[in-house]
Ligand binder design. Structure first.
Ligand code: SF4
Length: 210
């Protein structure tokens, strides 16, 4: 397990795993197809809750597994760093399978754009590997989403909603999230979208990881 920021030096190894809220978080890439205006990394800030999440390179499966340590006692193992974990789908699925084989729950915090990125429906591959998805809805409509998230792939907002609809068949728990306080974001409208899709909703606070 990786140490908190105040106990590491610049020369220390990059942080692949970190603990928050009694969960173990996995930081497996810094890559994203979004460039969210509110993202710490696009505001020259790589430290999140005392952890420096900048990676010099993506860790491979063996590096991630060797960093996991003893998983007993964690509520969840959560793929969530300053990057989109589904950018590394094969790695994510491989590590998730091995985490679940140890009896732990797996959550993936995602932009919900994997189907768009890979131009195929990847949601069946989540079955039996991922217990929960937390999907960044971020806005009640495509215009507001595009303003705040600056997607590099066209039709990202619609693709994200379609991903959620498909993933419901394979992932037991799905929660949409949106950040309260961003210009033009209507939290009540976001919550209604989640209700219409039959999934959960969580209002997030700016700068809060989890
Ligand atoms: S999806 Fe997450 S990591 Fe990627 S740019 Fe947006 S906030 Fe940052």
């Amino acid at each position: 397990m990786s140490p908190p920021l105040d106990s590491i030096k610049d020369s220390d190894a990059p942080i692949i795993t970190y603990t928050l809220h009694n969960n173990l978080y996995l930081n497996i890439t810094n890559r994203c197809s979004l460039r969210c205006r509110f993202c710490p990394k696009f505001n020259h800030q790589w430290d999140v809750q005392g952890y420096r999440l900048r990676l010099p390179q993506d860790p491979d499966v063996s590096e991630i597994l060797s960093d996991l340590g003893d998983l007993k006692g964690y509520r969840e193992v959560v793929f969530c760093g300053l990057g989109e974990p589904s950018q590394r789908l094969d790695t994510l699925l491989s590590v998730a399978s091995q985490v679940r084989a140890q009896g732990n729950k797996v959550r993936v915090n995602t932009d919900g754009l994997a189907n768009l990125l890979y131009n195929q429906d990847i949601t069946p591959q989540l079955e039996g590997r991922v217990d929960a998805l937390s999907v960044s809805l971020n806005a009640q409509d495509a215009t507001t989403y595009e303003y705040h998230c600056r997607p590099s792939l066209p039709r990202s907002y619609d693709a994200m909603l379609d991903f959620v609809g498909r993933a419901r068949r394979y992932v037991p728990k799905i929660t949409l999230t949106a950040i309260d306080g961003l210009d033009g974001v209507d939290i009540a409208a976001c919550e209604r979208i989640a209700e219409d899709l039959g999934v959960g909703f969580r209002r997030r606070l700016l700068g809060r990881v989890g």
